[in-house]
Ligand binder design. Structure first.
Ligand code: ADP
Length: 585
């Protein structure tokens, strides 16, 4: 242990001398209150320390003790259903977020030391095991089995392994290694700033299916992929995140809220436990960990919360799960970086952000991925990261958004105008993109319908033509358009209203399977093709626009997943009604 004395306090940044044996990123305890801090710069024996708590009452001369360890999280049964702050201190109640009742300093451990878990071994004595192999299982919640893995860095032969009720730090197995016997418990620690290793990264080739049409069809994110979503206030960012948490086919959800103030987070945190997982009928908290900063934690804690979250996410990925992590918002995190950098008097870059902003953002998103996990079990896990950004004034050219867009592969551009028109989800189909599209097309074409990607491309091309046609309509009026073009505007309106718009609060519409998405889109385009046929056979446009089946197309989205056969019937109605028109013409 290395002790020093505070020489300077500047908000969440303090300077201490006499810490010659300490290292950068060591965790320190500050003053007799044992406030937690982390060394972020060393010059000789002078350390710059970011403190994760209010520094009022702390002054020069107070003692600083280095723990000699980097900032780490505890990993083991008991994390699910929990709410933690940015450095993994448990928040028992929502009120804790307001910070009024929280004591500063370390008050409790991340994982309960008293609670016992029933450990069921799946490995046996004399099995040879390596890092990441599974020793046994714990039913952590009614929906998630927690796999107890051989800690990273240990390999050998199991000498003893016990079934039964254990607390997280009791020994459940003894592994004989080259360096002697190692006692293994269900508790592991891992430094948050270091990515957990895997065997190898695999190209993400499967979609993270969200049940949201505009996302799955047009801007899909892969399992193990990265996406960014900007969130102007009121544009529906929270609803999109809730929908993903509820419906995405991820086993585990890690939600990191690095909001401005505690109460900004309370909305999300109040609502999350109320969300029911449609697959299990239970609260989604059974497979969720929430991380949120309390209002008495300064900016520095926001900076750590992203790493705490991603480390927990990697740990579940290592069990072979598909994990989705949401970070809201990474702009607040970047602002924390800026503030600390400013206090360190570093050379500022663009808009005062440090020059390393882009590389920090890249390092964070690089922890996403689909991987072959450690161990000898050939298992695959994935970690998808969805980061919300909140560009000031909605200006996407600002540094955080730009650095994010350079690294993420999917961009869902929430559009204030669309939300104003109550077009939800307000994801702009002209500015959004997904670089996974080709791979996901391949997947859906082979798993769902070989026509899917063709229909998707055609719909997008029609939507792109629509914006040009609308310009013409604005200038010279709809009458100036040819009937062909008018029909085109009819189909794009249908794609927008009957397909892209999706009501998160409607029992049926809230989730749409890929199979239903495929059938809906195909039907809308089928109607368009048939209408074109009628037009060229001499049928008046007004007649086509009056077809009764059009009403049914507007209600395609309300057909339940069990009744998808009804969509086929709508096709034959289209056939019948169009044939009739052509006969009459
Ligand atoms: P933000 O978090 O961006 O401020 P919200 O997610 O709270 O915005 O959305 C604002 C409002 O927009 C919601 O209360 C809801 O009425 C409406 N809304 C957003 N998305 C949808 C959706 N998919 N379906 C229906 N209504 C939506």
């Amino acid at each position: 242990m290395n002790k020093g004395k505070i020489t300077k306090v500047s908000g969440p940044l303090i300077e201490a001398s006499g810490l010659s044996d300490a290292n950068i990123y060591d965790v320190v305890e500050v003053s007799k209150d044992k406030l937690i801090g982390e060394i972020i710069e060393m010059r000789g024996d002078v350390a710059s320390i970011q403190v994760y708590e209010e520094t009022t009452g702390i002054g020069p001369g107070d003692e600083v003790v280095s723990t000699g360890h980097p900032l780490s999280v505890e990993l083991g049964p008991g994390m699910l259903e929990k709410m933690y702050d940015g450095i993994q201190r448990p928040l028992e109640k929502l009120q804790d977020l307001a910070g009024e009742f929280l004591e500063r300093g370390v008050t409790s451990t991340a994982l309960d030391r008293e609670k016992t878990w029933e450990f069921n071994p799946t490995a046996s004595v004399s099995d040879k095991v390596e890092s990441g192999d599974i020793l046994g299982e714990v039913e952590e919640t009614s929906v998630i089995t927690h796999k107890i893995m051989v800690p990273i860095g240990i390999s050998g032969t199991i000498k003893d392994i016990k079934a039964g009720e254990f607390t997280v730090d009791e020994t459940i197995a003894i592994i004989e290694t080259e360096d002697g016997d190692k006692e293994v418990s269900m508790l592991q620690k891992w430094p948050v700033r270091q990515a957990r290793p895997s065997r190898r990264k695999i190209d993400p080739d499967e979609p993270l299916i969200t049940g949201q049409r505009v996302i799955d069809t047009f801007f899909p994110v892969a399992k193990g992929g990265t996406a960014a979503i900007p969130g102007p206030f009121g544009s529906g960012k929270t609803v999109v995140q809730h929908q993903i948490a509820k419906f995405a086919d991820a086993d585990i959800v890690i939600y990191v809220g690095c909001g401005e103030r505690g109460n900004e987070m309370t909305d999300v945190l109040n609502e999350f436990p109320e969300l029911i997982d449609p697959k299990t009928g239970e609260s989604i908290m059974k497979r969720t960990v929430l991380i949120a900063n309390t209002s008495n934690m300064p900016v520095a804690a926001r900076e750590a919360s992203i790493y705490t979250g991603v480390t927990l996410a990697e740990y579940f990925r290592d069990m072979g799960y598909n994990v989705a992590m949401m970070a809201d918002s990474t702009s607040r995190w970047a602002e924390a970086l800026r503030e600390m950098s400013g206090r360190l008097e570093e050379m500022p870059g663009d808009e005062g952000f440090p020059a390393y902003l882009a590389s920090r953002i890249a390092d964070f998103y690089e922890r996403a991925g689909k991987v072959e996990v450690l161990g000898s079990r050939n298992d695959i896990g994935s970690l998808s990261v969805i980061g919300a950004v909140s560009p000031p004034g909605g200006d996407l050219s600002e540094p955080v958004t730009q650095a994010t867009l350079r690294i993420v592969k999917v961009f869902w551009g929430l559009d204030y105008d669309l939300s104003y028109q109550r077009h939800f989800p307000a994801i702009n189909w002209l500015s959004s993109y997904s670089l996974y599209q080709d791979k996901m097309d391949k997947y859906i074409d082979s798993e769902v319908d070989e026509e899917f990607s063709k229909n998707r491309k055609r719909s997008m091309s029609l939507l792109q033509q629509e914006s040009g046609l609308q310009e013409v309509v604005r200038l010279v009026g709809r009458d100036a358009l040819s009937d062909d073009d008018k029909l085109k505007l009819d189909v794009t309106k249908s794609i927008r209203e009957d397909y892209l718009q999706q009501n998160a609060f409607h029992d049926v519409d809230t989730y749409c399977s890929l199979r239903k998405q495929d059938k809906m889109l195909a039907t809308i385009l089928y109607n368009y093709d048939k209408s074109l046929e009628a037009l060229s056979a001499g049928v008046e446009l007004e007649e086509i626009e009056k077809l009764p089946v059009r009403e049914k197309i507007t209600r395609l989205k309300l057909i339940s997943e069990d009744d998808l056969g009804n969509i086929e019937e709508i096709r034959s109605e289209i056939d019948k009604q169009i044939e009739e028109l052509i006969r009459e013409a």
